[in-house]
Write a protein that binds this ligand. Structure first.
Ligand SMILES: [Zn+2]
Length: 199
């Protein structure tokens, strides 16, 4: 028996999600069909809300519901220290350590020419503007300790060196080739506290 067009479409869309195979997509679709209306529609609303209400922070490009994200909007944060991360998930990992009171800048990726990611595709230009605008004492490069993460950090270091701002890099407690988002809180917290000067 073939599924009706409506059900087939739901299964297809669920199957497009990462980590969801055809069988899981089918199981989820039937779960939603059986679920009560409020539960299923709350999921639909949540998906619509993240796509319509969440946008990049006007200052640091973290995910935000208003003009600024919750970090930039918090007056108790130290705006003179900017921690540069590749993606919002890395920011959340660093926040979970509770060891950092500065602000962030989210690059939205890493420089990877082979994958079509050039420096202009990242938020490097707005970062340089932030530093040039003044009031920034230190920029911590917290890109991933991978080949592309290191190359991205080097590019930013070259761009920021003329500004005279203090540049630091996370300590090598992080395993080489590892990913910030999968690092434990204690390792990340140590890498942050023991960060070192790059010049
Ligand atoms: Zn922000």
């Amino acid at each position: 028996m073939a599924y009706s067009e409506t059900i087939a479409k739901l299964i297809e869309l669920l199957g497009n999600l990462p980590g969801i195979g055809a069988r899981s997509a089918e199981r989820l679709a039937f779960h939603l069909l059986k679920a009560d209306d409020a539960e299923a529609l709350a999921l639909a609303d949540a998906i619509r809300d993240v796509k319509t209400k969440i946008r990049p922070c006007g200052r640091c490009f973290n995910l935000a519901e208003g003009e600024l994200c919750s970090v930039c909007d918090d007056p108790s944060r130290d705006a003179s220290t900017i921690c540069v991360v590749e993606q919002p998930k890395d920011l959340l990992s660093i926040e979970s350590t509770g060891a950092y009171r500065g602000v962030y800048h989210v690059l939205m990726g890493q420089i990877a020419p082979l994958e079509g990611m050039e420096p202009e595709d990242l938020t490097i230009a707005p970062l340089i503007e932030r530093v040039k605008a003044g009031g920034v004492r230190e920029v911590i490069l917290a890109t991933n300790p991978t080949v592309t993460g290191d190359a991205t950090a080097l590019h930013i270091i070259d761009q920021l060196t003329p500004t005279g701002v203090k540049l630091t890099r996370l300590a090598r407690g992080l395993p080489a080739g590892g990913q910030i988002e999968y690092s434990s809180r204690s390792i990340l917290s140590d890498a942050l506290t023991e960060r070192r000067d790059v010049k």
